[in-house]
Design a protein around this ligand. Structure first.
Ligand code: 5AD
Ligand code: SF4
Ligand code: FES
Length: 365
C-alpha cells in the first residue's frame, strides 16, 4: 500500500474525496478499510450483536415510491394487516426467545384510524411484556403529534430512511407530489429527534443514476444529521415497479453488495458508536451477506417474526430471503451466522444506541 493510502485511513476527518476513494478501494486499501471498521466496532461496542424481532405489520401503503414492490400502484399484491393478536403473539415470541426488542414496520398510512390502532397496539405490547420489550417503529412520515402519541404509548426508536440525500435523485425515485416531498422527509427526521426517539435513517445503494460521489454525500449527510442508528442496503430491482426499466443499466448485484459493505464500514468509521443493522437486502445478494456486514461494523440484526402466510406479500424487493422460514428457524439460523462472524448475541438486552445515550446526557448537545 502506498504512503498516501495508509495516511487516508489514519486521518481524523475523512473528506468527501477520501470517501469516494475508499468507496472505490480495491486490494490492500479495501482490506485496510474493512479491518479499520472492524477495529473501531470492537473498541467502541465490543463484539455484541443485538436482535430486533421484525414484524411486518401491513403492506397497505398510501405511497407510490418507484422502487418498492408494495407501492400503491402495484395491484398484483394481496394487501394485509395483521390482527392485534398476531402482533402480540410475535411480540411474545420475541420476549420468550430473549430478543428484548421488536421492530414494527409497515407501509405508510397516516389516517386517524391507523394512528389510533398503532397507539392501542403499543399499549397492549407494553402491558403484555411489563415494559420489558423495546419497541422500534418503522411506519413512515407522520405528524409530530402522531410521533409524540406513539412515543408516549411506548415506542422509543424510529427508523425512517432518507433513501438518498441527493434531492435530484430523490425526485427521480418518487412521484413529484406533496406526499413524496424530500423536505418533508427531512422535517420528519427533525420531529422524531425533537420528540425524543432514537432516530435511525439510511439509504439504498446502487440505485439507478447514483454515483459514488452521491453515496459519499449520503455518508456525510447521515453524520451531519447525527443519526443514532442506520439501516442501509443494496437496491434490488422489482419487476412490478417503474424503476425496473433501468434493470439493465444497474451495477451488477455483486458490485452493489460490495458498495454496501463499504458504506457500512465507512459509516462505522465516521460514526463510531451508532447502531448499524446488517440488513436482509444484503443477504438477498450474498448468502453470507449479513455475516459479512457484521464483520465490517454492523451490530444489529432483525430476525423476521411475521407470520409465514403474510411474508410473500411483504416483498419490497424480489428474491427476499426467509419467505418460508418460521421465526424459530430464522432465530437459529441467525444465531449460527453471528457466531460464525465471531460475535456474541446480546440476549435480553435492549442494546440501545450508545450514540443516543451520549448525545442526550452530554450538556453541550
Ligand atoms: N430494494 C432495496 N430496498 C428497498 N426498500 C424499498 N424498496 C426496495 C428495493 N427495491 C427499502 C427502502 C425502505 C425500506 C423499508 O425498504 O429503503 O425505506
Ligand atoms: Fe410505501 Fe415504504 Fe414502499 Fe414507499 S418504500 S411504497 S412508503 S412501503
Ligand atoms: Fe431467516 Fe436465515 S435468517 S432463515
Amino acid at each position: 500500500m502506498t504512503e498516501q493510502t495508509v495516511g487516508l485511513l489514519l486521518k481524523n476527518k475523512l473528506t468527501h474525496n477520501d470517501l469516494v476513494t475508499l468507496l472505490n478501494a480495491q486490494g490492500e486499501l479495501r482490506k485496510a478499510l474493512f479491518s479499520k471498521a472492524a477495529e473501531i466496532k470492537k473498541e467502541y461496542l465490543g463484539n455484541k450483536v443485538y436482535f430486533r424481532g421484525l414484524i411486518e405489520y401491513s403492506n397497505i401503503c398510501s405511497k407510490n415510491c418507484y422502487y418498492c414492490g408494495v407501492r400503491r400502484g402495484n395491484h398484483k399484491v394481496e394487501r394485509y394487516q395483521l390482527a392485534d393478536i398476531e402482533v402480540l403473539d410475535a411480540a411474545r415470541f420475541a420476549l420468550d426467545n430473549h430478543f428484548a426488542s421488536i421492530v414494527i414496520q409497515s407501509g405508510e398510512r397516516s389516517d386517524q384510524k391507523f394512528v389510533d390502532t398503532i397507539e392501542k397496539l403499543l399499549l397492549k405490547i407494553k402491558a403484555m411484556s411489563n415494559g420489558r420489550l423495546g419497541i422500534t417503529l418503522s411506519l413512515g412520515e407522520q405528524s409530530e403529534q402522531t410521533y409524540e402519541r406513539w412515543f408516549k404509548a411506548g415506542a422509543h426508536r424510529y427508523l425512517l430512511r432518507i433513501e438518498t440525500s441527493d434531492r435530484d435523485l430523490y425526485s427521480k425515485l418518487h412521484p413529484n407530489d406533496s406526499i413524496h416531498d424530500f423536505d418533508a422527509r427531512i422535517e420528519s427526521l427533525n420531529s422524531l429527534r425533537k420528540v425524543g426517539y432514537q432516530v435511525g435513517s439510511g439509504v439504498m445503494i446502487g440505485l439507478p443514476f447514483q454515483s459514488p460521489e452521491s453515496l459519499a454525500n449520503d455518508l456525510l449527510f447521515l453524520k451531519k444529521i447525527d443519526i443514532d442508528m442506520a439501516g442501509m442496503g443494496p437496491f434490488i430491482e422489482h419487476k412490478e415497479t417503474p424503476l425496473y426499466r433501468y434493470a439493465g443499466e444497474l451495477l451488477s448485484r455483486q458490485e452493489r453488495f460490495e458498495l454496501s459493505l463499504k458504506m457500512v464500514a465507512l459509516l462505522r468509521i465516521l460514526m463510531k458508536n451508532i447502531n448499524i443493522a446488517a440488513t436482509t437486502a444484503m443477504q438477498t445478494i450474498d448468502p453470507q451477506g449479513r455475516e459479512k456486514s457484521i464483520m465490517v461494523g454492523s451490530n444489529v440484526i432483525m430476525p423476521n417474526l411475521t407470520p409465514l402466510k403474510y411474508r410473500e406479500n411483504y416483498k419490497l424487493y424480489e428474491d427476499k430471503p426467509c419467505i418460508d422460514e418460521e421465526a424459530e428457524q430464522c432465530r437459529s439460523c441467525l444465531e449460527a451466522r453471528i457466531h460464525i462472524a465471531g460475535n456474541e448475541i446480546g440476549w435480553d438486552e435492549w442494546g440501545d444506541s450508545k450514540h443516543f445515550m451520549q448525545r442526550t446526557t452530554n450538556p453541550n448537545n
